[in-house]
Design a protein around this ligand. Structure first.
Ligand code: URA
Ligand code: CA
Length: 433
């Protein structure tokens, strides 16, 4: 086989076979196929697309380019959740203990990553003592005992994706649905869960700004997961404004605790119950979503979800006391209120932009080597649809610097206030099973 022929075949809109796709991914992983040929091939895929079969073959080839995790020593149907990413997305911190409290095993492997805030691991490390540096045996043992554990990524998962994603980034080929779907699904499949719930975000703060694109991405990923033998479903949810009120690491841990106590923001709570119900159904712990939602609501109401968060934290060396007293989480030295300059209704909060306002305080990493300040971030007191009076606080800044002018300017640029009443956006646009 010659790579040049496969580039030509894809350029002409023909369908590649399983063997041809394996040849490409294997050759590229081993540096036998150079970046210039892979770039040309990616651009051909960008314009010609891929069939569902080709997308599944591509995903499978990427999964097998490196290590895969075997979770079979864990009893039950292991369910993972993946979000395509957004601003202030606190769902994993809530969902992991919540669904575990009703008996669904969650074995989560997580990374740190770049973004407006840290990843799940960074957020959990705001709990004093919390450690994800546990051995594989401890990890498996904890999930068997507590139904939940989080481990930092050590294995060499999907090296082909690491190479290809970096190449796509500099060749204008990121935005191809089969390439995105195979990239995301390969990582989920390599980490070993039996079932996967995808939270595909759409809106200004999301990767997929357009609802139809988000639906097509969700459909493609669900098909790949099911074709490769994992039960997969997707929820398409709103990211036209940040989710919940908190954007920051310790602030999001506090928000997760409030949500598990039944005192969280309604959008975050509703989305967690919805995503959680899909996890419960895929795990076989309930036979329909209504029943699953009731189980999760009951776990919040009777305190067992919060108790489970304590158990989870304590088992990974975290101080369980902060779960009861979240005011003991890391705290920033200063707070500043950003006040509304006019009365009216909040009509828009540009999610990306307000995310960067949190990032310049130090809540997220700009580069892999940046340090995160776990204490800093933003609390959004007003969300889209809320009425506001001139002088009322829109956002509270939690900062360790006294000069927050740039952050404040970005917050003002993010908020639109209109004279007319505005409806809050829908939270869930579609579900794909
Ligand atoms: N996230 C990924 O992991 N891969 C993509 O291709 C796009 C977003
Ligand atoms: Ca949040």
């Amino acid at each position: 086989m010659r790579m040049v022929d496969l580039i030509e075949k894809k350029r002409n809109g023909d369908v590649l076979s399983k063997e041809e796709i394996e040849f490409i991914i294997d050759g590229y992983t081993k540096d036998e196929i150079p970046d210039y040929q892979m770039s040309a091939w990616s651009m051909a895929v960008y314009f010609q697309g891929m069939t569902d079969e080709e997308s599944a073959y591509l995903t499978n080839a990427i999964v097998h380019s490196g290590d895969t995790i075997d979770l079979s020593p864990i009893e039950g149907v292991k369910v993972d959740k993946h979000s395509t990413g957004g601003v202030g997305d606190t769902t994993t911190l809530v969902l992991a203990p919540l669904v575990a409290s009703v008996g669904v095993p969650v074995a989560k492997m997580s990374g740190r990553g770049l973004g407006h805030t840290g990843g799940t691991i960074d957020k959990l490390e705001a709990i004093p003592g919390f450690s994800v540096e546990i051995t594989n045996d401890t990890f498996i043992d904890l999930v068997n005992r507590n139904k939940v554990a989080v481990i930092g990524q050590t294995a060499d998962l999907t090296p082909a994706d690491k190479k290809l994603y970096s190449l796509r980034d500099v060749t204008a080929t990121v935005n191809s649905i089969p390439l995105i779907a195979s990239s995301i699904m390969s990582k989920k499949l390599a980490s070993g869960a039996d079932a996967i719930v995808l939270d595909v975000k759409t809106g200004s703060g999301a990767f997929m700004k357009d609802l139809d694109d988000a639906k097509e991405l969700a459909r493609t990923m669900v098909k790949i997961g099911n074709d490769l033998g994992r039960k997969t479903s997707a929820v398409i949810s709103d990211m036209s404004q940040p989710l919940g009120k908190a954007i920051g690491n310790a602030l999001e841990v506090e928000e997760a605790i409030l949500t598990l106590r039944g005192e969280g923001p309604s959008d975050l709570t509703d989305l967690c119950i919805t995503l959680g119900s899909h996890m419960v159904v895929l795990s076989g712990k309930a036979d329909n979503h209504e029943k699953a939602k009731e189980m999760l609501q009951q776990a919040i109401n009777d305190g067992s979800a919060l108790e489970h968060f304590k158990l989870f934290a304590k088992s990974q060396n975290g101080d369980p006391d902060v779960i009861a007293n979240p005011e003991n989480l890391p705290k920033a030295s200063f707070t500043f209120d950003v006040k509304a300059k006019q009365s009216g209704f909040v009509s828009n909060i540009i999610a990306d932009k307000i995310g960067t306002a949190a990032m310049i305080l130090g809540a997220g990493r700009a580069t892999k080597s940046s340090e995160i300040d776990l204490a800093v971030g933003l609390i959004l007191n007003k969300k889209v649809g809320d009425q506001v009076e001139e002088g009322e606080t829109l956002v509270t800044i939690h900062s360790n610097q006294e000069d927050v002018k740039e952050c404040m300017d970005r917050i003002y640029e993010s908020y639109d206030i209109s004279n007319n009443k505005v409806a809050a956006p829908s939270l869930v646009y579609d579900v794909i099973k």
